[in-house]
Design a protein around this ligand. Sequence first.
Ligand SMILES: Nc1ncnc2c1ncn2[C@@H]1O[C@H](COP(=O)(O)OP(=O)(O)OP(=O)(O)O)[C@@H](O)[C@H]1O
Ligand SMILES: [Mg+2]
Length: 379
Amino acid sequence: MKLSKQDILKALETITVPGEGQNMVESGSVTNVVTFGDEVIVDITIKNPSLQARKKTEVEILQAIHKHVYEKAKIKVNVKVDAPEKPQANTIKGKPIPGIQNIVAVASGKGGVGKSTVTANIAIMLAKMGFKVGVLDADIYGPSMPIMFDVEMEKPLSVTVDGKSKMKPVENYGVKILSIGFFTKPDQAVIWRGPMAAKALNQMIFDAAWGELDFLLLDLPPGTGDIHLSIMQSLPITGAVVVSTPQNVALADAKKGVAMFQQDSINVPVLGIIENMAYFTPEELPNNKYYIFGKEGAKHLAEDLDVPLLGEIPLVQSIREAGDVGRPAAMQVATPTEKAFEKLTQNVVQEVVNRNENLPETEAIKITTMAGCSAVNKK
Ligand SMILES: Nc1ncnc2c1ncn2[C@@H]1O[C@H](COP(=O)(O)OP(=O)(O)OP(=O)(O)O)[C@@H](O)[C@H]1O
Ligand SMILES: [Mg+2]
């Protein structure tokens, strides 16, 4: 059997490298193909430095050649990783929001899966670990941070920084908070169009005295709408986490959420997926786990999309109660809930560290509208 280079390239065209959009031949990932008889050597260069990504691509190549060309082909794949250069220490200075080291967006496709609950608890855990933390409630349609942190009655004060008047975030449990909820009446529905919402958010980001922060968490509204685009336009987001519950309907939406961040034009690194309400545990029987919404759905989705599964948070009555009374469950020391949030938060921090070591800073994106069509460019 004599294999042809042409056939091999055709087979490789059926493979898409995650995050790179086109097939691997088109994207230039395949740098060389050599065949002799039934042997083939494929040289490829990929951007994703993770071992998992390398293995996955290798397996896909073997499968594609065996399936489309010759099932007994002997294949060797040489993988070269071409990760973008690490940012130099001195490039950090030019950050658009001075003093804020990492911005982590918490998103979901579907509503009500527990983004705000997870955001509040990660914030508490980060503060407990000694980090300086802020939360920006970017859910301008249904702000929940004021209730979750028991600060509904508070109003941000105005302070003067470098001669400019700025909003001082409200603080509780060691976490700084800004939310549109501070500026509207509790029962007043906020129905804004994208641009107005974006303006309000911009003010809470740039006209606020956040001070030094290790992490600014963004609690996003559900979905993948124009508010998300506005936020990514204004902010260099370090990474995004996507929350899902185990049901198929939520997972399908979570997949869309991940895809939104990974689009070429947006390109915000996805730090991982969080499975919330992963199983039900009665408070009095903490070892009993009931997988009422299905088991390990998020784990499979994470494997599928080649992103880490950051944690599994159980469905526990006290998490809901804690949220309602404004004392996030992660504050209850030595409970299984605290443990679950602690592990999750450690994983988030680890992924932020990995991301900062391996990828350059995220740039805010600029949207330009030209004659009715919109193009998305890097600034
Ligand atoms: N692990 C959990 N165990 C028990 N209750 C939970 C859990 N996670 C969230 N909840 C409850 O589910 C409800 C919805 O959660 P939350 O408001 O955090 O979701 P969300 O994704 O932010 O919703 P939205 O899309 O409306 O912003 C709240 O009442 C919350 O207390
Ligand atoms: Mg919410």
